[in-house]
Design a protein around this ligand. Sequence first.
Ligand SMILES: O=P(O)(O)OC[C@H]1O[C@H](O)[C@H](O)[C@@H](O)[C@@H]1O
Length: 299
Amino acid sequence: MNIAQLNAAHGIAQSVEFIEGSGGLTMIRVDTPKARALISTHAGQVLSFQPTGEEDLLFLSEKAYYQDGKAIKGGTPICWPWFGPDPEGKGRPGHGFVRNRAWNVNNTQVIANGAVKITLGLSETPDTMEIWPHAFELTQEIVIGDSLNLALCTRNTGTDLFTITQGFHTYFKVGDIHQTSILGLQDCSYIDKTDDSAEKHQTGEVTVASEVDRIYRRVSNTQIIDDKALDRCIQILSQGNKTAVVWNPWEKISKEMADLEDADYQRFICVETTNAAEDVIGIAPGEEFRLVADYRVMR
Ligand SMILES: O=P(O)(O)OC[C@H]1O[C@H](O)[C@H](O)[C@@H](O)[C@@H]1O
């Protein structure tokens, strides 16, 4: 559907408008009494979530790509049906194949208290069957209101059990990484991907002073990003995950990544709600699995 057809089918006066965004990609502008948001249908990804009177919760790179086949650096990328490198080592793209293709718009709706729910979806095509030979229905419900609430629902529409790993690879905007800490992961063990996947133990809060790439295990359902420079805390509530990933590329990798500014590592932290490492989800035919993340500012 083109922009006019999408607006005719799914636009809602004063609340939901389809527009042509960066790179000519179809985007959805959402306006509610509590917050505004910008969602890209390419990648099924929220690029901006700004509660009224607050800075954006999300970091979006000024150098992000907006192209079919490429991921958008920032916002809330979806890693699916695997998190991280190809689990079968066949050279398929890192973090799966739904963060770099167009999603369908299934529904838009104003719900309680003026919040807006946008439902995006994807199912198998001959192209996805080549990459991952399973029939599926992937649905993402995005609710913009007091909080940004994301629910990713995977339904197995095929005849054999399949397994997935996945994650919301969310880039949170911070005022200064040096003055940022993450609470709620203390006493968890983690896999340190910057140290040959050594198993380590987290004592106290997480601070970032060099590259960080960690899979935390057996996490609770709450993490808090304490951002002293912006004088705010972001609360992350999750359901369906046993793992969480913390990632910051730091200076060298930031410089090497063509879609990041050199100093961008100072401006974001990824705290990712995941099913990663041994947190693998098996889904039987006809069954579904739901992963949920909810983000809000606390003062
Ligand atoms: O550059 P990307 O493919 O988006 O991945 C960025 C990062 O994502 C995750 O957080 C992984 O744990 C990292 O190992 C990876 O470098």
